[in-house]
Design a binder for this molecule. Sequence first.
Ligand SMILES: C[S@@+](CC[C@H](N)C(=O)[O-])C[C@H]1O[C@@H](n2cnc3c(N)ncnc32)[C@H](O)[C@@H]1O
Length: 219
Amino acid sequence: MPPVSEAESESPGGRVRLVGRAVTASVARAPWLWPLLRGPMTRYFDDLAVGWDERTGAPGAEHLAPLAVAVTKIDRRPERALDIGTGTGVAALFVAREFPRASVRGIDISEEMIRQAKGKVGLDPEGRIAFRVGDASSLPFDDGHFDLVTQLNMPPFFAETSRVLRHGGHAIVAASSGDRTPFFTPDAVLRRGFERNGMVEVKAGKIGRGSYFVARKGD
Ligand SMILES: C[S@@+](CC[C@H](N)C(=O)[O-])C[C@H]1O[C@@H](n2cnc3c(N)ncnc32)[C@H](O)[C@@H]1O
């Protein structure tokens, strides 16, 4: 993890980043700790859901930029995509716009976030998009169901991401503010985590402040 200066860790943004990094490191390296974190995490995001888009600029170009670049690195247009930790659904809606023939699911542990996301589905005339409450540590989907799994500003759950991907399918982990994102995972951790779960790196990169990592499940 990048060092956090004393002054930075004492500012409100610095504290959020510090907690976010600790959670992300735990989930990525010691996923068995997640049951202890699930309750506080859910309550935290329930409280933040109303007004999330306005406060974070979530639907904006800068928030979505690393995801927008990452989807250009995959070699097949997905038919079924899943966005994990979808929050108010901005990344799922982006994927749906980008791949107009794909069905897109968004999942989040926060009921309040999912309520916000569902409020946007009326903007999807073909009904290709659905949001539901669920935990990334035990996804309610069959093995190999998806061609693409995305996550934006969210800790990685490698085993479940790999399980729900078909062979040859892609995972994208993106962070809107790169290593200043609270739930940022360094490339080396992503590489190792995906490799342990039968996936290989396709491309890692940066765009503006954001960063992305694309992996493919082995054939
Ligand atoms: C920082 S927000 C990002 C939301 C959205 N992806 C965005 O970029 O605007 C992280 C989201 O991940 C969700 N989350 C955290 N852990 C999760 C888990 N294990 N399963 C599903 N969602 C989770 C939180 O509830 C929250 O909505």
